[in-house]
Design a protein around this ligand. Structure first.
Ligand SMILES: CC(C)(COP(=O)(O)OP(=O)(O)OC[C@H]1O[C@@H](n2cnc3c(N)ncnc32)[C@H](O)[C@@H]1OP(=O)(O)O)[C@@H](O)C(=O)NCCC(=O)NCCS
Length: 181
């Protein structure tokens, strides 16, 4: 199981590690705090239950064991303050993987997102043999996510019009790719 301490830009010590079922409660709190944030970027705008989170974690830990998925959580003082993941596509698309990431609002812009994704990509290269392309799908208004992905070398290759509808308003979702091979 991966585990590493990183120092955020403000000097805070953050632990990056793979989650276990014991993190279900903390992850539920983390997601529910994000879910109520306007334009949160994570595609979830409703609170989730502990049972839903346990089911998600159980399935995804199983997928991790098959090297189809990697999840990293960032914790500070034992609380989950960040999460990122990569899932590998199947069959004739399995040279591509897609990512998602979120950091709690009060911990953003301290370099934690960058550090998490760098560790995630190192693990993906090691564990997901044959993976060539990593994809990210930021919603058009998500300045922070686009800045993070560009900084890591992602390039926008396409976009999906009207991909997201929030409060009656449509938004495009960009498709960004990073070649790792
Ligand atoms: C997107 C997100 C994960 C970035 O995480 P983070 O820890 O704040 O990112 P970092 O501190 O590593 O910043 C990476 C770069 O992006 C820039 N950046 C981050 N947020 C920014 C913002 N809101 N506006 C402009 N630039 C921003 C940083 O300045 C940094 O560049 P620098 O090193 O040149 O200063 C975080 O804002 C977040 O969780 N947002 C809500 C969920 C979300 O949108 N997830 C992505 C879905 S596609």
């Amino acid at each position: 199981m991966f585990k590493k301490e990183i120092i955020a830009k403000d000097g805070t010590k953050i632990l990056l590690r793979e989650p276990t079922m014991r993190d279900a409660e903390q992850l539920t709190k983390f997601v529910n705090k994000l879910a109520t944030e306007r334009h949160n970027g994570i595609l979830i705008n409703k609170r989730i239950s502990l049972e839903q989170e346990k089911k998600w974690l159980r399935n995804n830990i199983a997928e991790t064991k098959k090297n189809n998925k990697i999840i990293l959580v960032a914790t500070y003082n034992g609380c989950v303050i960040g999460n990122c993941e990569i899932w590998r596509k199947k069959y004739i698309e399995n040279h591509r993987g897609e990512i998602a990431i979120a950091i709690s609002k009060e911990y953003r812009k301290r370099g934690i997102g960058t550090a998490m994704l760098k560790e995630l990509f190192k693990l993906a290269k090691k564990r997901m043999k044959g993976l060539e392309i990593i994809e990210a799908r930021p919603i058009s208004y998500n300045i922070g996510a686009k800045a993070l992905y560009r900084k890591l070398g992602f390039k926008k290759v396409s976009e999906i019009p009207k991909a997201v509808k929030e409060n009656g308003k449509y938004y495009k979702v960009g498709i960004m790719q990073l070649y790792i091979k």
